[in-house]
Design a protein around this ligand. Structure first.
Ligand code: AG3
Length: 273
């Protein structure tokens, strides 16, 4: 008998993946955590039933989440990752010559499960990495120092859940205050092709930043296969200030960087600042 994992998104869309084996199902105080092995994408992490990463396409998401922001800041040294308990975003950040990376994830059990089932995803032993288990809203509010880059690798803002407060105007203002002069914030977004209104709302919540750019990249295991990100910058424009990467990548390139910020006409009209 074939077993299928069906991910629902909004109310009118599903994606199905054939499952080889269910490896883990558990509940933390905050969410349901599961790891399944699929025929097409290898092992997949699900939080509350939603795909967070697959072994086969996580590099596409993590490279596109991290590198555009890291090359927009002229010399990022201190980086904060909000969420990202699987370690993939931290791995990509640590390939840059940074001095300190603080990963703030609210759920210790997600980190534990990922370290067990996806040991190749994170660079957990790098001495520049500090892992903090806390609510990032509280952590940033208390934090006395400033970061050059803040990377938001959280679960979705909708439906309302663990990550909702991370997408509020108040949090983005606080994040702005905790960024250095040329600071850059980047966040994963909803797919704008499905859900333009909600992306517009999140865009407005980021108003405090003088420069906002929506960009996109392929992530086959996410709804629609195309995911979007918003880069918010205090000073530098990712299209003109970018510098080349000093190491090889599998998805990101300078040409992809330019292409990713080029939006279809119907989105370009809305997401311009
Ligand atoms: N962070 C965001 C995943 C969003 C996926 N959304 C969805 N499938 N509807 C994932 C954590 C990876 N480091």
């Amino acid at each position: 008998m074939d077993l299928w994992y069906v991910q629902s998104y909004l109310k009118d869309y599903t994606m199905g993946l054939k499952v080889k084996e269910t490896l883990f199902v558990g509940k933390s105080p905050l969410q349901e955590i599961a790891v399944i092995d699929t025929c097409l994408y290898g092992k997949i992490l699900l939080l509350d039933g939603v795909v967070q990463l697959s072994e086969r396409d996580e590099f596409m998401y993590h490279e596109m989440l991290v590198h555009p922001a890291m090359v927009t800041h002229p010399h990022p040294e201190r980086v904060c990752i909000v969420g990202g308990g699987d370690g993939g975003a931290a791995r990509e950040v640590l390939r840059h010559p940074v001095s300190e990376v603080v990963l703030v994830d609210i759920d210790a059990e997600v980190i534990e499960v990922c370290r067990k089932y996806f040991p190749q995803v994170g660079s957990w032993d790098d001495p520049r990495l500090q892992v903090v288990v806390d609510d990032a809203v509280k952590y940033i509010a208390r934090c006395k120092t400033q970061f050059d880059v803040i990377i938001m690798d959280s679960t979705d803002p909708f439906p309302r859940g663990v990550a909702e407060s991370l997408f509020s105007k108040e949090f983005f203002r606080d994040a702005y205050d905790h960024l250095t002069e040329e600071g850059v914030l980047v966040s994963q977004m909803e797919p704008p092709f499905f859900d333009r209104e909600r992306v517009e709302m999140l865009w407005r919540n980021l108003d405090v930043f003088p420069l906002l750019r929506l960009y996109w990249g392929m992530v086959p295991t996410y709804p629609g296969g195309v995911w979007s990100y918003i880069l918010a910058s205090k000073k530098n424009d990712p299209l003109t200030s970018m510098k080349p990467l000093p190491f090889p990548t599998r998805y990101y390139s300078q040409a992809i960087h330019q292409a990713a910020f080029t939006l279809p006409v119907f989105l370009e009209e809305m997401f311009r600042k």
